[in-house]
Design a protein around this ligand. Sequence first.
Ligand SMILES: O=P(O)(O)OC[C@H]1O[C@H](O[C@H]2O[C@H](CO)[C@@H](O)[C@H](O)[C@H]2O)[C@H](O)[C@@H](O)[C@@H]1O
Length: 511
Amino acid sequence: MTGARNPSVLAWRAQTDTWPRHCDSLTGFSSSPFRFLGGFSFSIWSCLVRRKKETRGKKKQKTSDRYIFFYLVNQKLGTVFCFGNEKFPGIVCLMDCAPSSSDKKTLKRWFFIDKMVGNLDPMDLKTNQASPVLTDPAPIKKSRLGIPSSLLSYSQHSSKFIMIPRKKPGMFDDVRSNGWLDAMKSSSPPRKKLIKDFNVEVASDDTDIAYFSWMLKYPSALNFFEKITNYAKNKKIAMFLDYDGTLSPIVDDPDRALMSDDMRSAVRNVAKYFPTAIISGRSRDKVYDLVGLTELYYAGSHGMDIMGPLSHTVSDDPNCVESNDQQGKEVNLFQPAREFLPLIDEVFRTLVENTKEIKGAKVENHKFCVSVHYRNVDEKNWPVIAQCVHDILKGYPRLRLTHGRKVLEVRPVIDWNKGKAVEFLLESLGLSDKNDVLPIYIGDDRTDEDAFKVLREDNRGYGILVSPVPKETSAFYSLRNPEEVMKFLNTLVKWKKQEEAKCAIDSKRSM
Ligand SMILES: O=P(O)(O)OC[C@H]1O[C@H](O[C@H]2O[C@H](CO)[C@@H](O)[C@H](O)[C@H]2O)[C@H](O)[C@@H](O)[C@@H]1O
């Protein structure tokens, strides 16, 4: 398969009776069914395609063999993704045959997909698939901030999950039936996991197969760097970065989530060329201390605490005041949840008190929201911590819950999130509603999905999801981990420098 040139990647509905257009015989099926991490199943198929070719107009025929690999995702929908090359351009359809054997060698060969996705531009995919991640209720249009009509708890707003309530009456019924426990279990990628299904055991590098297939939909921003910069030519890039899991690796102790010096210098360099903001779930002060760069804009508490540039386009908002940053520079301070401060303080203290007996639980006060960590809590006690938070929230109808990576996040019911923060910052920077602006948002968590969605709307910009495992997302591209994020940032700076050098040469020539 290494000889494959000009690869194409096609997706279409399965047909059961069509033979490949460019082949004379098709033999040697093998298949491997899996259950994907998200729970849906897919099969990998390979087949040997034999094609007879006439050589140089002579009658003599030459046969050429090619393997074609394709896989079937979500058998119910019958969606087939197929990989071909110039000679066999992916016109292979599903034959009427059932998965029978597993072939590990075949699976290994399947790694060629990594090379072959090069032709696919996710912008072309026009996928409208709704993301099943937990996100905020739909924003109320035409208002910067609105309180949702209902003050019901968060999970009741989320219609994207089909929750199957379990009938058994028990102690933790609330958190089982409202989906909190399921969300908690799926809230952070497992570290090296065995996938057992259909007697196929898949481990370590085999999990990469699932990842590579996912990358067809969310290709690596490094592999697609040229595509990104082609699109960015003559545009002003605005960079938005999440902190935990994006600039710093996920660690057990949130206080030790430090950013490396190399990453810091990568971010500093990015900020030299592009307006750059950090948008974090942490409090603005905490994330500022961790990043330590004065040249950036900071939005803490999931965007509910923004220190942005002094701007008259947003300063008429009642939640926006003029202030000074740590260096005494005049800035705008936007705090749409200011009235919730006493409530957040109170619920923080209650949460600390009520979870103190749960070993490993940690509660953080992030000024406009509170984080309840369960990463270090024994899994058998997750229902206990979930029920505890749930019971407390029952007394606070103006607060709601969202899920992060092994963290329950309590926040005001206001219609504000990281996506809105991106819009607010673009407006403050005078970069909204402009065709020559390309916002890029890099983040790893469910709360970052709000920002990805905002950028996906009307193809406004690129969301890049940082994840080492397949995840449903509204992002366009992916990166595996903070190291890849750093590489991406450095490559972007290098590209920008080259562009500027080219411009300088061009303008000298034209003088
Ligand atoms: O929006 P972010 O900047 O990504 O912040 C989200 C949460 O990040 C922190 O928690 C996460 O990272 C910790 C350190 O690696 C990890 O221990 C924890 O399990 C993760 O959820 C932060 O502590 C939270 O308060 C933020 O909400």
